[in-house]
Write a new protein. Structure first.
Length: 213
């Protein structure tokens, strides 16, 4: 029994050393969660985020575990502040890399909240996959975005190419603006240019009384 306990203590000690299991989990999480934040907030029509912001990443020392070549993280939280001073929080309930031979982290239970002056903006998605070597994230729908300022968006299978700073989906999206409702067959966003384009069957229904004031 004492020999088993010694082995377990040694395994924990190695995992906490530089380059150990926990370092690997944190490194992956620091890539995956910021990318998830880009995807989730991009569907709220490019909220003001910049690459030069400072963020804090919180991961409980007990939340990382490894069995064989399998990597896990649970209840990972990514917090930061926009250049307007608005705080936000991204949460992934869990993340798993099934094997070191497959450089993909499967995220589940994604949610995000941005505290705007008009009120909170929230985004939720059930799951996503982060392709480590490609710097690419696919957020699986339904993606539901809601904002107190009158914006909302519903979509599926949103893809983020971090190398190109682009977000896109080839599946239908719909939502609301302060002036009315919109829908389209495809959605694309340029994070550097802070632009959003919708193509294919684009419809906009303006509600006159919503444009007043």
């Amino acid at each position: 029994m004492s020999e088993l306990a010694d082995r377990q203590r040694e395994a924990r000690r190695r995992s906490m050393m530089p380059g150990g299991t926990r370092d690997a989990v944190v490194a992956v999480a620091k890539w995956a969660l910021p990318l998830a934040s880009v995807a989730l907030f991009a569907v709220l029509l490019i909220l003001p985020m910049t690459a030069t912001q400072e963020f804090s990443f919180l991961l409980s020392k007990d939340s990382a575990a490894k069995a064989g070549e399998r990597m896990r993280m649970q209840e990972a939280t990514y917090r930061g502040e926009t250049n307007r001073g608005e705080s936000f929080e991204i949460v992934a309930e869990s993340g798993v890399q099934k094997t070191s031979a497959v450089p993909v982290v499967i995220l589940s239970g994604l949610s995000a909240r941005l505290d705007q002056q008009q009120g909170p903006a929230t985004v939720t998605a059930p799951s996503g996959e982060f392709f480590i070597e490609e710097n690419r994230l696919v957020v699986d729908g339904p993606v539901v975005a809601r904002s107190a300022s009158g914006f909302s968006l519903d979509g599926n299978a949103i893809e983020v190419d971090i190398n190109k700073n682009q977000v896109r989906t080839s599946e239908p999206v719909s939502g609301t603006l302060p002036m009315g409702q919109f829908s389209a067959n495809a959605f694309a966003a340029d994070l550097q240019g802070r632009s959003v384009s919708m193509t294919g069957g684009v419809k906009l229904r303006i509600t006159p009384n919503r444009t007043v004031g």
